[in-house]
Ligand binder design. Sequence first.
Ligand code: HEM
Length: 161
Amino acid sequence: MGEENPQSLYHAIGGKPTLEKVHKIFYNTLYAHPWLGQYFHGMPQNVIESQQTDFMTFAMGGPEVYSSKFPAPTHKHMYITEEMFDLRQAVLKQSLEKAQVPAELAGKWLNIDASFRNGLVKASVADCEKRYPTDCILNFQNPLAREDTTQHPNLRQQPQG
Ligand code: HEM
């Protein structure tokens, strides 16, 4: 584990307690969300929170604790659209506000998060790939988009290939 850099964003936001506070609010909202919540089905929220905290500790220049995978390979089986990414960013922004992170620091946090957009957003479901043979391609319709009546919102797309 590395030293904490006093010039880092990690230090400025208040370190691990602030990351944990924001991620608790953030994942409480995502898990309860009728669309995005479906992607986390069956995954313990505390594990996801702690992986995200470790990852953002690393991304914000905090002590080196992250030993897990990077976002692009972890999400390659998920059909993430621009709309989903925008929605997730809006939830993160609200979570930062609720946790009373000062606006300037919240903006820097959101910029780091947004820098992963190009690696995660896919133009079509055909761009998704399974990580393991047992993976499903995750592709959920937005149940709030009333005009799409062609698919039941809770249908998990069958594995492809
Ligand atoms: C709408 C966009 C996103 C969705 C729907 C999403 C969903 C998920 C899901 C379902 C998992 C659990 C995967 C599994 O364990 O099988 C996960 C893990 C993770 N996500 Fe995301 N995510 C999104 C965007 C992001 C972004 C922008 C970041 C980075 C800033 C990120 C960082 C992570 C990390 C670090 C993990 C844990 C990886 C690991 O240790 O295995 N995610 N995400």
